[in-house]
Design a protein around this ligand. Structure first.
Ligand code: NAD
Length: 343
């Protein structure tokens, strides 16, 4: 088993990566919290595929929400919390989020606010969850725009079993690859060595290590953690405008290309690097152009409402060299002006 510890001034998270781990998850959690009742939160898709792993004691709960981003909202939180109250779940119990990023964001948020906070374990099942969403304590739900309500809540344990990826639909694997390629170009070029041929175990391990390296010193995203938002400023807006028809990774892939376009226009990225990133994304089946029904102007209107705009300036991440990125501040007007000719 590969074990890494994320230690931050705000808490600690133990991350375990092992093929076959899913079969041991139930016992491991009961052992770690001997007197707690488990509340498993998952989605309807995963409940169908993995229900034999969710066996809990008769006084424990398995709660499901419909799969898909539409479930990441306050209604789900109210419904789930209501069921937990009815079942007498207390602060000494533990929430276990088993799912992709939608579920770990939702379950992590619920755990952080239920009775002012109860223990939380994340079991990411999607590639995106394993390399990114379940690591580093960001939780939340959508309200008007993405992740408007949320908390920083480190999971006590993050249990990763790469075998679960065998049941992942191809669309979702591609979505996870969007975040992996983001890490590679913005922060950790060594990941590029494992893209072709794809070495899934290596990319999970390197991505997790990249994430914890930065998050350990900046959990609350006041500084370096913002670099993970490469592609996300436009990506979140594109995802929301598509009504979540585009996967998260597909949307940030387009967002990375918009960022590259901006970086090039500011003379901060070479055309060769821009082309290389585009080629890598396309090779992994990700889109790089805006959907026909979306415009840069509409996206920027949405971005201006998003949490990443501080005052009038928006923090915007650009990649300057392979594995090197920086934050620049641009107003909505400047963004429109620089990005308007992106296709
Ligand atoms: N908290 C963070 O730091 C962070 C970072 C990145 C993304 N996110 C969030 O993550 C979410 C996207 O995550 P996602 O792409 O995992 O989406 P998701 O959780 O909606 O999962 C995508 C689909 O794949 C299915 N699925 C997941 N694992 C499976 C498996 N092993 N086998 C078969 N099907 C499986 C799910 O049921 C779902 O239908 C977004 O809400 C995004 O905002 C959070």
């Amino acid at each position: 088993m590969n074990k890494v510890i994320l230690k931050s001034p705000h808490g600690t998270s133990e991350i375990k990566i092992e093929r076959g781990l899913m079969g041991k998850v139930n016992d491991m959690i009961h052992k770690a919290y001997p007197n707690a009742r488990l509340v498993v939160i998952t989605d309807t898709n995963l409940a169908k595929i993995y229900s034999n792993y969710f066996k809990t004691n008769s006084d424990e709960l398995v709660l499901t929400v419909p799969s898909g981003e539409e479930s990441k909202n306050l209604n789900s939180i109210t419904t789930l919390a209501g069921k937990m109250v009815e079942a007498g779940i207390h602060r000494s119990d533990v929430v276990v989020g088993i799912g992709g990023g939608m579920i770990t964001d939702l379950a992590g948020f619920l755990a952080s606010i239920y009775m002012r906070g109860i223990s939380y374990v994340a079991v990411p099942t999607s590639l995106l969850g394993m390399v990114d969403a379940a690591i580093g304590g960001k939780t939340g739900v959508n309200l008007i725009a993405k992740n408007i309500l949320g908390t920083f809540n480190l999971a006590d344990y993050v249990l990763i079993d790469p075998n679960l990826l065998k049941t992942m639909p191809e669309r979702e694997i591609k979505s996870g690859m969007g975040e992996v390629i983001k890490y590679a170009y913005a922060l950790e070029p060594k990941i590029l060595d494992d893209l072709d041929p794809l070495n899934v175990d290596a990319i999970i391990e390197k991505s997790v290590n990249t994430k914890i390296r930065i998050v350990a010193s900046d959990l609350k995203e006041s500084n370096k953690r913002k670099l993970f938002n490469y592609g996300h400023t436009f990506g979140h807006a594109i995802e929301a405008k598509s009504g979540y028809a585009l996967s998260h990774g597909a949307a940030i892939s387009i967002g990375m290309n918009i960022s590259n376009h901006i970086a090039q226009k500011l003379d901060k990225q070479s055309t060769q690097l821009s082309q290389q990133i585009k080629d890598t994304l396309e090779k992994h089946g990700l889109p790089t152009e805006l959907p026909a029904n979306q415009s840069i102007k509409d996206l920027i209107d949405l971005i201006a409402q998003d949490k990443k705009s501080s005052g009038k300036k928006i923090d915007f991440v650009i990649v300057t060299k392979i594995g090197k990125s920086e934050i620049i501040k641009l107003s909505a007007e400047e963004l429109i002006d620089i990005a308007k000719d992106f296709k």
